[in-house]
Design a protein around this ligand. Structure first.
Ligand code: SF4
Length: 60
């Protein structure tokens, strides 16, 4: 699974750009994992982890 640390996220949108299947921006301007996400998409999650400028995305 994957999570976004809201405290760290600066809302740049990069994770959404590379992996919109999994991430979305909230009305607060922070990224979150979509409620509909049920696993998979490992490759694009890895891209999002790599591209996030503040290391806010964690896989576990
Ligand atoms: S790439 Fe990182 S900082 Fe940018 S919106 Fe996604 S989680 Fe937030």
């Amino acid at each position: 699974m994957v999570s976004v640390d809201k405290e760290k996220c600066i809302g740049c949108g990069a994770c959404v750009a590379v992996c919109s299947e999994v991430f979305e921006l909230t009305s607060e301007g922070k990224a979150k994992v979509k409620d509909s996400y049920a696993g998979g998409n490992e490759e694009c999650i890895d891209q999002a982890v790599s591209i996030c400028p503040v290391q806010a995305i964690k896989k576990f």
